[in-house]
Write a protein that binds this ligand. Structure first.
Ligand SMILES: *[C@@H]1O[C@H](CO)[C@@H](O)[C@H](O)[C@H]1NC(C)=O
Ligand SMILES: *[C@@H]1O[C@H](CO)[C@@H](O)[C@H](O)[C@H]1NC(C)=O
Length: 165
């Protein structure tokens, strides 16, 4: 059991390298108390981008961060560093006009946002660049669809997935 876990941990970076030739250009060493969105906010990385570059390493619920482990923040040529942390009462129109961009490009850089912009939540980090800069989502995965269970919708009319249940 122990050996198996170690082997799996050791194999991860290798697998990631085999699957993609993407070059990681910046990294962050996890500290106690970190959550994915706090790492993203502190390092100007969008929630979506952080999830994509760590697919297969950080799980969807982001509950397997290891203190001291180094995580990739961005890939060469696909690294959005223009970011915005969602606040209460934000919606996509407010966010894009504040950033001086249109909603089309906002959706392209943040593909996890639903058609009604109803699933953005306080503390989520969005890429607000004026060109598409984030990497595409890997096939067969939905890296950025996990929303922290403690998340609060940005808008009172917001609709996080579990609100329907
Ligand atoms: C994040 O971006 C802000 C605004 O551009 C900048 O002041 C800050 O130094 C950046 N932080 C990092 C860690 O890059
Ligand atoms: C949105 O902004 C992008 C980048 O400036 C531009 O290329 C695109 O044509 C705009 N789209 C619309 C629908 O205005």
């Amino acid at each position: 059991m122990f050996t198996k876990v170690i082997a799996a941990i050791l194999a991860l970076p290798l697998v990631a390298q085999l699957v993609s030739a993407d070059t990681c250009t910046r990294t962050y060493s996890a500290q106690a108390g970190d959550i994915c969105d706090s790492i993203s906010a502190a390092n100007n990385v969008s929630t979506y981008q952080f999830a994509v570059v760590n697919v297969g390493i950080i799980d969807e619920a982001c509950d397997n961060l290891v203190v001291g482990q180094s995580y990739c923040l961005g890939w060469q040529g696909q690294d959005c560093m223009t970011t915005y942390v969602v606040q209460q009462n934000d919606d996509c129109d407010i966010i894009s006009s504040a950033a001086g961009i249109n909603t089309t490009i906002l959706y392209e850089n943040n593909p996890q946002i639903d058609d009604y912009c109803s699933n953005i939540y306080i503390g989520e980090v969005l890429c607000t660049a004026n060109t598409v800069q984030v990497p595409p989502a890997p096939a067969g995965t939905t890296p950025a669809t996990s929303i922290p269970p403690t998340a609060t919708p940005a808008n009172p009319d917001g609709d996080l997935p579990w609100c329907d249940e």
